[in-house]
Write a protein that binds this ligand. Structure first.
Ligand SMILES: C[S@@+](CC[C@H](N)C(=O)[O-])C[C@H]1O[C@@H](n2cnc3c(N)ncnc32)[C@H](O)[C@@H]1O
Length: 263
């Protein structure tokens, strides 16, 4: 288990909820499975996605697992009828082989050093012809106006810290090869681009400020303590990121949603 996993502090919880809420339509307009499915949500965290996908699939049953009891306790406060939250490790899944009709996971593979191993283990508990849906971001897809080298350096600190903890903040672009190496067929990956300007104040607040810039703010102390960047520099980087959420600024980021089928 890696030391750095999103979702443990209240700052991170708020950030994950903001991210999920502001991106709900872009990422989940097609998160619909056939009626009466049994769906495993792996690494549900505080249930930020659960509360969006479960109500869209009311006749289906979700088993939403996470390794963190603390996150699950928070997830449980959402009280969604068709969801059962359970503590479990994706590397030691307590389910029979081929138990689930479908599997869903988001922002989990980016934190583990062995994503193919994780996908292969998940595939075991998936029925034949069942699908796996994976959503990940890719920090390399970030660009904005006004441009700023110091803001890019601050973002790179997050990429570096995640790497030091065995993760990969640029994993979105690798979803196709990862699903393919794990033996899934009929893989389709769709990029979902967030483009934010003044005409969409909800995304300015919900994504640029409260999701992305909040994430970089959240790693400031660790980045400084590991000598990746100076205090003044990262503060300036964050200021420049905030500038993209002020009048006339724009911000772009691409998420990737991959779907594969078990043979
Ligand atoms: C960044 S959070 C994402 C949470 C949620 N999927 C979302 O989109 O908001 C990653 C989650 O994966 C969980 N996790 C990490 N390793 C795990 C493992 N081996 N088994 C189960 N859950 C794990 C963490 O506890 C954390 O809640």
């Amino acid at each position: 288990m890696n030391k750095y996993v999103h979702g443990y502090s209240s700052h991170e919880s708020n950030r994950l909820h903001d991210q999920a809420d502001s991106l709900a339509d872009l990422l989940h307009y097609d998160s619909i499975w056939e009626e009466d499915s049994i769906i495993l949500e792996a690494g549900c965290g505080i249930g930020a996605q659960t509360k969006i996908i479960a109500p869209k699939n009311l006749s289906s049953k979700f088993v939403s697992i996470d390794i963190s009891l603390k996150s699950l306790e928070q997830a449980n406060t959402n009280k969604i009828n068709n969801v059962e939250f359970q503590q479990a490790d994706i590397f030691e899944l307590p389910f029979e082989d081929e138990y689930f009709d479908h599997i869903f996971l988001s922002y989990l593979l980016e934190h583990i050093p062995n994503p193919v191993d994780a996908l292969i283990r998940l595939k075991k508990v998936l029925k034949k012809e069942g699908t796996i849906t994976v959503i990940e971001g890719d920090h390399g897809s970030t660009y904005f106006h006004p441009d700023s080298d110091i803001a890019k350096k601050a973002i790179q600190c997050q990429v570096e810290l995640q790497k030091q903890n065995g993760g990969d903040a640029n994993i979105g672009r690798k979803l196709y090869p990862l699903l393919s190496q794990s033996g899934f067929k009929d893989i389709k990956v769709s990029p979902r681009q967030v483009y934010v300007d003044d005409s969409n104040p909800d995304w300015v607040e919900g994504f640029t400020k409260n999701t992305f810039t909040a994430m970089i703010k959240g790693i400031s102390k660790e980045a400084i303590s590991k000598n990746l960047i100076g205090k003044k520099e990262i503060e300036k980087g964050i200021k420049h990121l905030n500038r993209t959420a002020e009048g006339g600024g724009t911000f772009c980021y691409t998420f990737f949603k991959g779907i594969g089928t078990k043979d």
